[in-house]
Design a protein around this ligand. Structure first.
Ligand SMILES: [Zn+2]
Length: 163
């Protein structure tokens, strides 16, 4: 096993920065997991984690990217209902939709906001995790040979979040 970071192939891997790639499979048809250990078994699916060597620098960029991914939906879910409320008060006072209680309206606006926020979060994550110009793009965990091998066996790549 290489002691270099899989992602940048430039710095030494650091155990504190170890990345764990989560892979899932339906509980009714679990592919071969060895040498990995099944981490979590739910009624419908099981999960394994593939360790991927990483350096602290790459871990730093992953954290920044994740922050963006989370902040988008959270911000959207809060901001959109507020904007909606302000817009109603400003442009159509006293006209909350009759069918919906103000609470329903807020929940709907919150859901839509989270959806829009998710897209914003993707953009924010890309911006925050961008590396200085001239640095080569890091490799993807999905391309790690062991991750590829397990996916070929029938495991599924999991989440948009990378830590
Ligand atoms: Zn690295």
């Amino acid at each position: 096993m290489s002691s270099f970071c899989w992602f940048c192939d430039k710095h030494l891997a650091d155990p504190r920065a170890l990345y764990r790639a989560s892979l899932w499979a339906g509980a009714d048809r679990v592919p071969e997991a060895r040498p990995h250990v099944v981490q979590a078994a739910h009624r419908k699916y099981v999960r394994i984690e593939i360790p991927v060597a990483s350096c602290l620098v790459c871990a730093h960029y992953r954290r920044r990217g994740n922050f963006g991914m989370w902040m988008g939906p959270v911000f959207g879910a809060v901001a959109l209902p507020l904007l909606y409320k302000l817009a109603l008060e400003r442009f159509a006072p006293g006209s909350l939709p009759v069918a919906a209680t103000p609470y329903d309206t807020f929940m709907i606006a919150s859901g839509i906001g989270a959806g829009i926020g998710f897209l914003g979060g993707v953009v924010l994550a890309l911006i925050l995790s961008r590396r200085p110009a001239g640095e080569p793009r890091p490799r993807l965990a999905q391309d790690h040979p062991e991750v590829r091998r397990m996916i070929a066996l029938g495991w599924q790549w999991e989440s948009p979040f990378s830590d």
